[in-house]
Write a protein that binds this ligand. Structure first.
Ligand SMILES: C[S@@+](CC[C@H](N)C(=O)[O-])C[C@H]1O[C@@H](n2cnc3c(N)ncnc32)[C@H](O)[C@@H]1O
Length: 264
């Protein structure tokens, strides 16, 4: 089964708890060249107001909320859930038991909530993991109030292209990488969400990475084990190449291509 949407692998290995996702978030946090904090920019697009009810599917470590905790309007009621109970527990720690949040573990394909409950529903970087994406989008639409908005951020085809080229050059044991954006990316989001919503808007975020710490890059790569497979010694060779690149050029540049998709 494709590891991207193998719910058993995702729950028991990749997202059993927050450490692997955190290694990836850290790389972006430390080496992004755009000074705007991505999760703050994303939060602005949600246009949250007092007393709204908000649902986040596949909340991961709760990075969106960690980055914006000081900005949340009063009276907000935020329900966070994830397929992985370990992730939901890590998110609870992230928001320090703030009483505006409640948590559960659930599958986005079968939401345990009545219809027309939430003014905003968020599904960031998670729809590509869901086996039946259309079923999940139908469910996310069902729990939105009329006039409510879905935010379902994702990557584009070209996201981190230089890193993928490096992986293919240095001993990946298969000759293709799992393609997240082919399942749900900025290019096909209008078609996928458009089956269930009248309007879809894609808003790209212009950014890149300039990585100056080879160890942080290999921690990112290791965090994908199970999705990316290596022959023995390949990662060490790759790290040496990045060390040399940093020594001679000051850093390793990687393009990013990511953004918010809004649907209503
Ligand atoms: C790449 S992480 C994104 C986390 C977070 N939304 C963010 O932007 O940082 C994907 C998350 O989706 C969760 N997930 C995968 N399949 C899911 C499903 N069917 N229902 C709910 N969550 C799911 C994973 O456990 C993981 O925490």
């Amino acid at each position: 089964m494709d590891p991207i949407s193998d719910q058993d692998y995702l729950k028991k290995e990749q997202y059993r708890k927050g450490d692997r996702l955190d290694a990836r978030v850290q790389l972006h946090r430390r080496f992004s060249t755009n000074p705007t904090v991505y999760f703050e920019w994303m939060y602005d697009h949600l246009q949250l107001q007092s007393n709204m009810r908000v649902l986040e599917a596949g909340c991961g470590t709760g990075e969106l909320w960690r980055a914006n905790l000081q900005r949340l309007p009063d009276g907000l009621k935020i329900t966070l859930f994830d397929l992985s109970t370990g992730m939901a527990a890590d998110t609870r720690t992230t928001v320090s038991n703030d009483s505006r949040f409640n948590f559960s573990s659930a599958d986005a394909q079968h939401l345990p909530f009545p219809s027309s409950q939430f003014q905003r529903v968020i599904a960031n970087y998670m729809l590509y993991h869901v086996p039946d994406i259309s079923q999940a989008v139908r469910e996310l639409r069902r729990v939105l109030v009329p006039g409510g908005v879905l935010c379902a951020a994702t990557n584009s085809n070209n996201h981190m292209r230089e890193l993928h080229e490096l992986l293919l050059r240095f001993g990946l044991s298969v000759n293709t990488l799992p393609d997240f954006a082919a399942r749900y990316g900025l290019e096909n989001a209008p078609q996928i969400l458009g089956e269930h919503f009248d309007r879809v808007e894609v808003i790209p975020f212009v950014d890149s990475l300039f990585v100056t710490d080879a160890t942080a890059l290999t921690a990112y790569i290791r965090s994908m084990s199970g999705m990316w497979h290596f022959v023995p010694g390949a990662l060490e060779d790759l790290e040496q190449w990045v060390v040399e690149e940093i020594r001679t050029k000051g850093g390793f540049s990687i393009q990013k291509a990511s953004g918010v998709v809004l649907a209503w």
